[in-house]
Design a protein. Sequence first.
Lengths: 99, 430
Amino acid sequence: MVGTTQSSTVLHPAAEDVAEKHRLAPRLSSLQGTTVGFIDNHKRNANVYLEELGQLLQAHYGVARVVTYRKISQSMPTPGEVLDQLASTCDALIHAVAD
Amino acid sequence: MTVITQAFTQAAQHRARALGLLEHPVVVIAHPLASKTRAQVQHLAHDSVAEVVRGLVSPMAGASMASPPPSQTRDIGARASRLHLSGTVSAINDDFDQQGWTDGLPIIPPTEDLVVAMLETSPVCAEQVLGRLPPLDGTVTVEKVAINAVMAGCKPAFFPVVLAAVRAVLQPQFNAGAITTTTGGAAPVVIVSGPIARQLGIHSGTAVLGSGHRPNATIGRALRLTMRNLGGATADTMEKSTHGWPGKYTMCFAENAERNPWEPLHIELGFAPEVSIVIVVAARGLITIVESSQETGIGDLETLVSAMRGEGISGYSYQARGASPVVVLGPEHAVEIAAAGLGRKEVKEYIFHHARMPLGKLRDRGHWGARSWPEAWEHQPDDFLVPLVTDPDKLILVVAGGDGRHSSWFPAWSATQRAVEVIAADVRPT
Protein backbone atom coordinates (compact mmCIF):
# COMPACT_ATOMS: atom_id res chain seq x y z
CA MET A 1 0.00 0.00 0.00
CA VAL A 2 2.83 2.35 0.89
CA GLY A 3 4.06 2.35 -2.67
CA THR A 4 0.68 2.68 -4.32
CA THR A 5 0.22 5.88 -6.28
CA GLN A 6 -3.09 7.50 -5.60
CA SER A 7 -4.83 10.80 -5.66
CA SER A 8 -6.26 11.72 -2.33
CA THR A 9 -8.26 14.37 -0.65
CA VAL A 10 -6.99 14.73 2.88
CA LEU A 11 -8.17 17.07 5.57
CA HIS A 12 -5.99 19.87 6.91
CA PRO A 13 -4.90 18.79 10.40
CA ALA A 14 -3.52 22.04 11.78
CA ALA A 15 -4.93 25.35 12.96
CA GLU A 16 -6.29 27.48 10.15
CA ASP A 17 -7.13 30.48 12.28
CA VAL A 18 -6.25 33.85 10.88
CA ALA A 19 -5.46 36.13 13.78
CA GLU A 20 -7.45 39.29 14.05
CA LYS A 21 -4.82 41.95 13.57
CA HIS A 22 -4.31 44.46 16.31
CA ARG A 23 -2.70 47.84 16.15
CA LEU A 24 0.03 48.64 18.61
CA ALA A 25 -0.79 51.19 21.25
CA PRO A 26 0.55 54.56 20.11
CA ARG A 27 4.18 54.99 21.04
CA LEU A 28 4.89 57.67 23.60
CA SER A 29 6.25 61.01 22.43
CA SER A 30 8.58 61.08 25.41
CA LEU A 31 9.24 59.15 28.60
CA GLN A 32 9.32 62.37 30.62
CA GLY A 33 7.18 62.03 33.75
CA THR A 34 5.76 58.66 32.75
CA THR A 35 4.94 55.59 34.80
CA VAL A 36 6.44 52.41 33.36
CA GLY A 37 5.14 49.01 34.42
CA PHE A 38 7.30 45.90 34.58
CA ILE A 39 6.05 42.32 34.52
CA ASP A 40 8.83 40.25 36.08
CA ASN A 41 8.34 36.66 34.93
CA HIS A 42 10.12 35.28 38.02
CA LYS A 43 13.02 33.73 36.15
CA ARG A 44 16.25 33.94 38.08
CA ASN A 45 17.88 37.37 37.49
CA ALA A 46 14.81 38.86 35.79
CA ASN A 47 14.42 41.05 38.87
CA VAL A 48 18.08 42.10 38.73
CA TYR A 49 17.73 43.10 35.07
CA LEU A 50 14.51 45.02 35.67
CA GLU A 51 15.77 46.80 38.79
CA GLU A 52 18.76 48.08 36.85
CA LEU A 53 16.63 48.96 33.83
CA GLY A 54 14.22 50.86 36.07
CA GLN A 55 17.02 52.87 37.63
CA LEU A 56 18.45 53.73 34.21
CA LEU A 57 15.04 54.78 32.87
CA GLN A 58 14.50 57.05 35.86
CA ALA A 59 18.04 58.46 36.01
CA HIS A 60 18.57 59.16 32.31
CA TYR A 61 15.26 59.09 30.45
CA GLY A 62 12.88 61.04 32.67
CA VAL A 63 10.68 58.18 33.81
CA ALA A 64 8.92 59.30 37.00
CA ARG A 65 7.90 55.96 38.44
CA VAL A 66 8.33 52.25 37.93
CA VAL A 67 5.69 49.73 39.00
CA THR A 68 6.59 46.03 39.15
CA TYR A 69 4.37 42.95 39.19
CA ARG A 70 6.18 39.68 39.81
CA LYS A 71 4.47 36.59 38.42
CA ILE A 72 4.07 33.73 40.90
CA SER A 73 5.80 31.50 38.37
CA GLN A 74 7.31 32.08 34.95
CA SER A 75 5.01 29.35 33.67
CA MET A 76 1.78 30.98 34.82
CA PRO A 77 0.00 33.61 32.75
CA THR A 78 -0.33 37.08 34.22
CA PRO A 79 -3.92 37.33 35.53
CA GLY A 80 -6.23 39.44 33.39
CA GLU A 81 -7.14 41.74 36.28
CA VAL A 82 -3.46 42.48 36.90
CA LEU A 83 -2.99 43.33 33.23
CA ASP A 84 -6.07 45.57 33.31
CA GLN A 85 -4.78 47.38 36.38
CA LEU A 86 -1.30 47.85 34.93
CA ALA A 87 -2.77 49.06 31.64
CA SER A 88 -4.90 51.64 33.42
CA THR A 89 -2.12 52.98 35.65
CA CYS A 90 0.96 52.79 33.43
CA ASP A 91 1.97 54.70 30.32
CA ALA A 92 4.02 51.75 29.05
CA LEU A 93 4.43 48.12 29.98
CA ILE A 94 7.51 45.90 29.64
CA HIS A 95 7.46 42.12 30.08
CA ALA A 96 10.77 40.45 30.93
CA VAL A 97 12.60 38.13 30.74
CA ALA A 98 11.76 34.97 28.84
CA ASP A 99 14.82 32.82 29.45
CA MET B 1 7.01 45.51 24.71
CA THR B 2 8.86 42.34 25.64
CA VAL B 3 12.44 41.62 26.63
CA ILE B 4 13.56 38.06 25.90
CA THR B 5 16.76 36.09 25.71
CA GLN B 6 17.98 34.97 22.32
CA ALA B 7 16.75 31.37 22.79
CA PHE B 8 13.12 32.52 22.86
CA THR B 9 13.17 34.70 19.74
CA GLN B 10 11.12 32.34 17.55
CA ALA B 11 8.61 31.62 20.30
CA ALA B 12 8.04 35.34 20.83
CA GLN B 13 7.56 35.95 17.12
CA HIS B 14 5.05 33.14 16.72
CA ARG B 15 3.09 34.11 19.81
CA ALA B 16 2.91 37.75 18.68
CA ARG B 17 1.71 36.60 15.26
CA ALA B 18 -0.98 34.42 16.84
CA LEU B 19 -2.15 37.47 18.77
CA GLY B 20 -2.24 39.53 15.58
CA LEU B 21 0.59 41.76 16.80
CA LEU B 22 2.88 41.77 13.81
CA GLU B 23 4.65 44.91 14.96
CA HIS B 24 5.19 43.98 18.59
CA PRO B 25 8.56 45.39 19.72
CA VAL B 26 10.92 42.80 21.17
CA VAL B 27 14.34 43.43 22.66
CA VAL B 28 16.64 40.41 22.57
CA ILE B 29 19.41 39.98 25.14
CA ALA B 30 22.03 37.26 25.55
CA HIS B 31 20.96 33.79 26.71
CA PRO B 32 21.03 32.46 29.39
CA LEU B 33 20.24 35.07 31.97
CA ALA B 34 19.83 32.73 34.94
CA SER B 35 23.49 31.68 35.16
CA LYS B 36 24.94 35.19 34.89
CA THR B 37 26.36 37.15 37.82
CA ARG B 38 24.54 40.16 39.15
CA ALA B 39 27.13 42.47 37.56
CA GLN B 40 26.74 40.74 34.18
CA VAL B 41 22.97 41.11 34.29
CA GLN B 42 23.26 44.77 35.22
CA HIS B 43 25.61 45.21 32.28
CA LEU B 44 22.95 43.71 29.97
CA ALA B 45 20.47 46.29 31.27
CA HIS B 46 22.91 49.09 30.39
CA ASP B 47 23.49 47.61 26.93
CA SER B 48 19.80 47.24 26.12
CA VAL B 49 18.19 50.32 27.69
CA ALA B 50 18.52 52.46 24.55
CA GLU B 51 16.73 49.80 22.48
CA VAL B 52 14.03 49.51 25.14
CA VAL B 53 13.48 53.26 24.99
CA ARG B 54 13.27 53.17 21.18
CA GLY B 55 10.56 50.52 21.48
CA LEU B 56 8.53 52.75 23.75
CA VAL B 57 8.85 56.16 22.14
CA SER B 58 9.25 55.65 18.41
CA PRO B 59 7.31 53.73 15.80
CA MET B 60 8.72 50.36 14.87
CA ALA B 61 10.70 50.30 11.67
CA GLY B 62 8.29 49.84 8.83
CA ALA B 63 5.31 49.89 11.15
CA SER B 64 2.44 52.22 10.70
CA MET B 65 0.24 53.61 13.38
CA ALA B 66 -2.57 53.67 10.87
CA SER B 67 -5.24 51.01 10.91
CA PRO B 68 -3.94 47.52 10.24
CA PRO B 69 -4.98 45.71 7.08
CA PRO B 70 -8.42 44.20 7.36
CA SER B 71 -8.36 40.82 9.05
CA GLN B 72 -9.57 37.80 7.18
CA THR B 73 -10.70 35.75 10.10
CA ARG B 74 -12.40 32.40 9.56
CA ASP B 75 -15.83 31.59 10.81
CA ILE B 76 -15.85 29.99 14.23
CA GLY B 77 -16.25 26.27 13.77
CA ALA B 78 -15.40 26.36 10.08
CA ARG B 79 -14.71 22.96 8.53
CA ALA B 80 -11.14 21.97 7.81
CA SER B 81 -9.76 22.71 4.36
CA ARG B 82 -9.63 19.83 1.93
CA LEU B 83 -6.18 19.29 0.45
CA HIS B 84 -5.93 17.54 -2.89
CA LEU B 85 -2.73 15.54 -2.97
CA SER B 86 -1.52 12.99 -5.41
CA GLY B 87 1.18 10.46 -4.78
CA THR B 88 1.89 7.50 -2.60
CA VAL B 89 1.07 7.25 1.07
CA SER B 90 4.80 7.72 1.62
CA ALA B 91 4.72 10.93 -0.40
CA ILE B 92 1.79 12.22 1.64
CA ASN B 93 3.75 11.38 4.76
CA ASP B 94 6.72 13.32 3.42
CA ASP B 95 4.46 16.27 2.71
CA PHE B 96 2.90 16.23 6.18
CA ASP B 97 6.32 15.90 7.75
CA GLN B 98 7.59 18.91 5.82
CA GLN B 99 4.58 20.92 6.93
CA GLY B 100 5.47 20.11 10.54
CA TRP B 101 2.23 18.17 11.06
CA THR B 102 3.70 14.93 12.40
CA ASP B 103 5.66 13.81 15.42
CA GLY B 104 8.32 12.13 13.31
CA LEU B 105 6.49 8.83 12.99
CA PRO B 106 4.44 8.01 9.88
CA ILE B 107 0.77 8.96 9.98
CA ILE B 108 -2.37 7.55 8.43
CA PRO B 109 -3.44 10.11 5.77
CA PRO B 110 -6.64 11.71 7.11
CA THR B 111 -8.90 11.07 4.15
CA GLU B 112 -12.52 12.12 4.16
CA ASP B 113 -13.87 8.58 4.66
CA LEU B 114 -11.61 7.85 7.62
CA VAL B 115 -12.44 11.17 9.28
CA VAL B 116 -16.17 10.61 8.74
CA ALA B 117 -15.87 7.16 10.34
CA MET B 118 -14.05 8.68 13.31
CA LEU B 119 -16.73 11.33 13.72
CA GLU B 120 -19.47 8.69 13.83
CA THR B 121 -18.45 7.85 17.38
CA SER B 122 -18.46 11.49 18.44
CA PRO B 123 -21.18 12.51 20.87
CA VAL B 124 -21.06 16.03 19.39
CA CYS B 125 -21.02 17.36 15.83
CA ALA B 126 -17.93 18.00 13.75
CA GLU B 127 -18.31 21.80 13.87
CA GLN B 128 -18.50 21.93 17.65
CA VAL B 129 -15.77 24.20 19.03
CA LEU B 130 -14.11 22.76 22.14
CA GLY B 131 -11.94 25.79 22.78
CA ARG B 132 -8.70 27.39 21.69
CA LEU B 133 -5.49 25.56 22.43
CA PRO B 134 -2.55 27.59 23.70
CA PRO B 135 0.15 28.66 23.15
CA LEU B 136 -0.82 29.58 19.57
CA ASP B 137 -4.57 29.47 20.30
CA GLY B 138 -5.74 27.34 17.38
CA THR B 139 -9.49 26.76 17.33
CA VAL B 140 -10.16 23.15 18.35
CA THR B 141 -13.15 21.72 16.54
CA VAL B 142 -14.29 18.13 16.94
CA GLU B 143 -13.43 17.63 13.27
CA LYS B 144 -9.83 18.79 13.78
CA VAL B 145 -9.45 16.37 16.69
CA ALA B 146 -10.88 13.57 14.52
CA ILE B 147 -8.35 14.36 11.78
CA ASN B 148 -5.50 14.09 14.25
CA ALA B 149 -6.97 10.90 15.72
CA VAL B 150 -7.01 9.33 12.25
CA MET B 151 -3.40 10.39 11.73
CA ALA B 152 -2.45 8.84 15.09
CA GLY B 153 -3.96 5.47 14.11
CA CYS B 154 -6.97 5.50 16.44
CA LYS B 155 -9.91 3.23 15.82
CA PRO B 156 -13.18 5.19 15.79
CA ALA B 157 -14.20 3.50 19.05
CA PHE B 158 -11.30 5.25 20.81
CA PHE B 159 -12.49 8.72 19.78
CA PRO B 160 -14.63 9.51 22.85
CA VAL B 161 -11.54 8.96 25.02
CA VAL B 162 -9.47 11.23 22.77
CA LEU B 163 -12.15 13.92 22.97
CA ALA B 164 -12.24 13.68 26.76
CA ALA B 165 -8.46 14.01 26.93
CA VAL B 166 -8.52 17.06 24.64
CA ARG B 167 -11.26 18.66 26.73
CA ALA B 168 -9.13 18.01 29.80
CA VAL B 169 -6.05 19.79 28.46
CA LEU B 170 -8.26 22.73 27.47
CA GLN B 171 -9.23 23.27 31.11
CA PRO B 172 -7.50 26.53 32.12
CA GLN B 173 -5.79 25.18 35.24
CA PHE B 174 -4.03 22.55 33.14
CA ASN B 175 -2.03 25.42 31.60
CA ALA B 176 -1.48 23.75 28.22
CA GLY B 177 0.38 26.73 26.78
CA ALA B 178 3.19 26.70 29.32
CA ILE B 179 3.38 22.90 29.11
CA THR B 180 4.61 23.48 25.57
CA THR B 181 6.78 26.52 26.16
CA THR B 182 8.52 25.37 29.35
CA THR B 183 12.11 24.20 29.14
CA GLY B 184 11.07 21.61 31.77
CA GLY B 185 9.94 18.95 29.29
CA ALA B 186 6.32 18.51 30.36
CA ALA B 187 4.08 16.00 28.59
CA PRO B 188 0.51 14.94 29.27
CA VAL B 189 -0.09 11.60 30.96
CA VAL B 190 -3.60 10.25 30.29
CA ILE B 191 -4.95 7.82 32.89
CA VAL B 192 -8.22 6.03 32.15
CA SER B 193 -10.34 4.68 34.99
CA GLY B 194 -13.70 3.00 34.67
CA PRO B 195 -15.41 0.24 32.68
CA ILE B 196 -14.53 1.73 29.28
CA ALA B 197 -10.90 0.68 29.76
CA ARG B 198 -11.80 -3.00 29.50
CA GLN B 199 -14.41 -2.33 26.82
CA LEU B 200 -11.85 -0.71 24.53
CA GLY B 201 -8.91 -2.84 25.58
CA ILE B 202 -6.91 0.03 27.03
CA HIS B 203 -4.00 -1.87 28.44
CA SER B 204 -3.29 -1.96 32.16
CA GLY B 205 -1.10 -5.04 32.60
CA THR B 206 2.34 -6.25 31.52
CA ALA B 207 4.51 -3.46 30.05
CA VAL B 208 1.69 -1.01 30.70
CA LEU B 209 3.93 2.02 30.22
CA GLY B 210 5.74 0.47 27.28
CA SER B 211 4.81 -0.23 23.68
CA GLY B 212 2.57 -2.71 21.92
CA HIS B 213 -0.93 -1.64 22.89
CA ARG B 214 -2.85 0.12 20.14
CA PRO B 215 -5.44 1.97 22.26
CA ASN B 216 -2.77 3.26 24.63
CA ALA B 217 -0.38 4.21 21.85
CA THR B 218 -2.88 5.93 19.59
CA ILE B 219 -5.08 7.73 22.14
CA GLY B 220 -2.05 9.38 23.71
CA ARG B 221 -0.61 10.13 20.28
CA ALA B 222 -3.86 11.69 19.08
CA LEU B 223 -3.77 14.09 22.02
CA ARG B 224 -0.17 15.01 21.32
CA LEU B 225 -0.78 15.54 17.58
CA THR B 226 -3.73 17.77 18.49
CA MET B 227 -1.51 19.80 20.83
CA ARG B 228 1.11 20.00 18.12
CA ASN B 229 -1.13 20.96 15.25
CA LEU B 230 -3.66 23.19 17.01
CA GLY B 231 -1.59 24.52 19.90
CA GLY B 232 1.72 24.99 18.11
CA ALA B 233 3.75 22.45 20.07
CA THR B 234 6.60 22.24 17.57
CA ALA B 235 10.29 22.69 18.19
CA ASP B 236 10.66 25.40 15.57
CA THR B 237 7.93 27.51 17.14
CA MET B 238 6.74 27.15 20.74
CA GLU B 239 8.15 23.84 22.06
CA LYS B 240 11.09 24.76 24.31
CA SER B 241 11.88 21.59 26.28
CA THR B 242 15.55 21.20 27.01
CA HIS B 243 15.09 17.43 26.73
CA GLY B 244 11.45 16.39 26.76
CA TRP B 245 10.77 12.66 27.14
CA PRO B 246 8.97 9.94 25.17
CA GLY B 247 5.65 10.98 26.74
CA LYS B 248 5.82 13.78 24.18
CA TYR B 249 4.89 11.09 21.63
CA THR B 250 2.25 9.32 23.70
CA MET B 251 1.43 8.29 27.26
CA CYS B 252 -1.92 6.71 28.04
CA PHE B 253 -2.80 3.77 30.25
CA ALA B 254 -5.55 2.35 32.41
CA GLU B 255 -5.74 1.16 35.98
CA ASN B 256 -5.43 -2.60 36.37
CA ALA B 257 -8.95 -3.28 37.64
CA GLU B 258 -8.38 -7.02 38.11
CA ARG B 259 -5.32 -6.70 40.35
CA ASN B 260 -6.08 -3.46 42.16
CA PRO B 261 -6.61 -4.35 45.85
CA TRP B 262 -8.49 -1.12 46.51
CA GLU B 263 -11.49 0.72 45.11
CA PRO B 264 -10.93 2.02 41.55
CA LEU B 265 -9.34 5.40 41.04
CA HIS B 266 -12.50 6.98 39.60
CA ILE B 267 -14.51 5.93 42.64
CA GLU B 268 -11.84 7.39 44.94
CA LEU B 269 -12.28 10.65 43.03
CA GLY B 270 -16.03 10.62 43.64
CA PHE B 271 -17.44 9.15 40.42
CA ALA B 272 -20.01 6.37 40.16
CA PRO B 273 -18.80 2.84 39.32
CA GLU B 274 -20.36 2.86 35.84
CA VAL B 275 -18.73 6.17 34.90
CA SER B 276 -15.42 6.27 33.03
CA ILE B 277 -13.02 9.18 33.26
CA VAL B 278 -9.70 10.44 32.02
CA ILE B 279 -7.32 12.11 34.43
CA VAL B 280 -4.66 14.11 32.65
CA VAL B 281 -1.55 15.38 34.41
CA ALA B 282 1.57 17.05 33.07
CA ALA B 283 4.72 15.12 33.94
CA ARG B 284 8.42 15.72 33.50
CA GLY B 285 9.25 12.05 32.97
CA LEU B 286 9.03 8.58 34.41
CA ILE B 287 11.12 7.08 37.21
CA THR B 288 10.93 3.36 37.98
CA ILE B 289 12.06 1.60 41.12
CA VAL B 290 12.66 -2.01 42.02
CA GLU B 291 11.97 -3.36 45.50
CA SER B 292 12.40 -7.09 45.53
CA SER B 293 14.24 -7.52 48.83
CA GLN B 294 11.81 -6.17 51.40
CA GLU B 295 9.12 -8.52 52.66
CA THR B 296 6.47 -6.01 53.67
CA GLY B 297 4.40 -3.33 52.04
CA ILE B 298 5.97 -0.74 54.33
CA GLY B 299 9.38 -1.78 53.02
CA ASP B 300 8.09 -1.25 49.48
CA LEU B 301 6.88 2.24 50.38
CA GLU B 302 10.16 3.14 52.09
CA THR B 303 12.06 2.36 48.89
CA LEU B 304 9.52 4.16 46.74
CA VAL B 305 9.64 7.43 48.69
CA SER B 306 13.44 7.36 48.75
CA ALA B 307 13.27 7.55 44.95
CA MET B 308 10.94 10.54 45.23
CA ARG B 309 13.51 12.73 46.98
CA GLY B 310 16.25 14.82 45.37
CA GLU B 311 17.53 18.37 45.05
CA GLY B 312 16.77 18.55 41.32
CA ILE B 313 13.12 17.49 41.58
CA SER B 314 11.29 20.67 40.69
CA GLY B 315 8.20 19.88 42.76
CA TYR B 316 10.10 20.63 45.97
CA SER B 317 10.26 24.29 44.96
CA TYR B 318 6.85 24.63 43.32
CA GLN B 319 4.07 23.43 45.57
CA ALA B 320 1.95 26.58 45.34
CA ARG B 321 0.23 25.66 42.12
CA GLY B 322 -0.91 22.23 43.31
CA ALA B 323 0.43 19.89 40.65
CA SER B 324 -0.18 16.15 40.98
CA PRO B 325 2.68 13.64 40.95
CA VAL B 326 1.46 10.20 39.87
CA VAL B 327 2.54 7.05 41.70
CA VAL B 328 2.00 3.84 39.72
CA LEU B 329 2.21 0.83 42.00
CA GLY B 330 2.93 -2.50 40.38
CA PRO B 331 0.22 -5.00 41.40
CA GLU B 332 2.57 -7.08 43.57
CA HIS B 333 3.66 -4.03 45.56
CA ALA B 334 0.05 -2.85 45.81
CA VAL B 335 -1.10 -6.20 47.22
CA GLU B 336 1.75 -6.21 49.75
CA ILE B 337 0.93 -2.67 50.83
CA ALA B 338 -2.76 -3.50 51.13
CA ALA B 339 -1.86 -6.58 53.19
CA ALA B 340 -0.03 -4.26 55.59
CA GLY B 341 -3.42 -2.67 56.28
CA LEU B 342 -3.08 0.45 54.18
CA GLY B 343 -5.81 1.79 51.93
CA ARG B 344 -5.46 4.42 49.21
CA LYS B 345 -5.80 7.23 51.75
CA GLU B 346 -3.13 5.81 54.05
CA VAL B 347 -0.70 5.24 51.18
CA LYS B 348 -1.05 8.83 50.02
CA GLU B 349 -0.59 10.07 53.59
CA TYR B 350 2.52 7.93 53.95
CA ILE B 351 3.99 9.40 50.78
CA PHE B 352 2.96 12.91 51.87
CA HIS B 353 4.80 12.51 55.18
CA HIS B 354 7.92 10.79 53.82
CA ALA B 355 8.54 12.33 50.38
CA ARG B 356 10.20 15.35 51.98
CA MET B 357 13.48 17.22 51.70
CA PRO B 358 15.25 19.28 54.39
CA LEU B 359 14.94 22.94 53.47
CA GLY B 360 18.70 23.40 53.83
CA LYS B 361 19.30 20.81 51.11
CA LEU B 362 17.08 22.71 48.70
CA ARG B 363 18.67 26.10 49.34
CA ASP B 364 20.46 27.47 46.27
CA ARG B 365 19.75 24.33 44.25
CA GLY B 366 17.21 23.35 41.61
CA HIS B 367 14.49 25.95 41.23
CA TRP B 368 15.35 27.74 44.48
CA GLY B 369 15.65 31.13 42.75
CA ALA B 370 12.15 30.85 41.31
CA ARG B 371 10.48 28.93 44.16
CA SER B 372 6.76 29.23 44.61
CA TRP B 373 5.60 27.78 47.93
CA PRO B 374 3.71 28.83 51.07
CA GLU B 375 5.06 32.08 52.50
CA ALA B 376 5.39 30.55 55.98
CA TRP B 377 8.13 28.21 54.75
CA GLU B 378 10.37 31.22 54.04
CA HIS B 379 10.86 31.55 57.79
CA GLN B 380 11.53 27.89 58.54
CA PRO B 381 14.95 26.56 59.68
CA ASP B 382 17.18 24.43 57.48
CA ASP B 383 15.98 21.19 59.08
CA PHE B 384 12.33 21.89 58.20
CA LEU B 385 11.11 19.04 56.03
CA VAL B 386 9.62 20.40 52.81
CA PRO B 387 6.92 18.12 51.38
CA LEU B 388 6.62 17.37 47.67
CA VAL B 389 2.96 18.42 47.78
CA THR B 390 1.01 20.51 50.26
CA ASP B 391 -1.88 18.06 50.53
CA PRO B 392 -1.92 14.22 50.23
CA ASP B 393 -4.87 14.45 47.86
CA LYS B 394 -2.68 16.14 45.27
CA LEU B 395 -1.04 12.74 44.79
CA ILE B 396 -2.58 10.35 42.27
CA LEU B 397 -2.24 6.68 43.11
CA VAL B 398 -2.77 4.12 40.34
CA VAL B 399 -2.31 0.35 40.35
CA ALA B 400 -1.07 -0.80 36.96
CA GLY B 401 1.40 -3.17 35.37
CA GLY B 402 2.13 -6.88 35.30
CA ASP B 403 4.07 -9.37 37.38
CA GLY B 404 7.23 -8.27 39.15
CA ARG B 405 8.16 -6.14 42.12
CA HIS B 406 8.50 -2.81 40.36
CA SER B 407 6.70 0.51 40.71
CA SER B 408 7.06 3.90 39.07
CA TRP B 409 6.30 7.53 39.56
CA PHE B 410 5.81 10.47 37.23
CA PRO B 411 7.31 13.67 38.70
CA ALA B 412 4.81 16.41 38.02
CA TRP B 413 5.68 19.43 35.97
CA SER B 414 4.74 22.04 38.49
CA ALA B 415 2.80 24.99 37.08
CA THR B 416 -0.28 22.93 36.37
CA GLN B 417 -3.19 21.20 38.03
CA ARG B 418 -4.64 17.91 36.94
CA ALA B 419 -7.73 17.86 34.74
CA VAL B 420 -10.51 15.29 34.89
CA GLU B 421 -13.18 14.66 32.26
CA VAL B 422 -15.96 12.14 32.06
CA ILE B 423 -15.81 10.04 28.88
CA ALA B 424 -19.06 10.26 27.00
CA ALA B 425 -20.89 6.93 27.20
CA ASP B 426 -22.52 5.05 24.33
CA VAL B 427 -19.25 3.77 22.99
CA ARG B 428 -19.53 1.27 20.19
CA PRO B 429 -17.56 -1.95 20.19
CA THR B 430 -14.16 -1.98 18.50
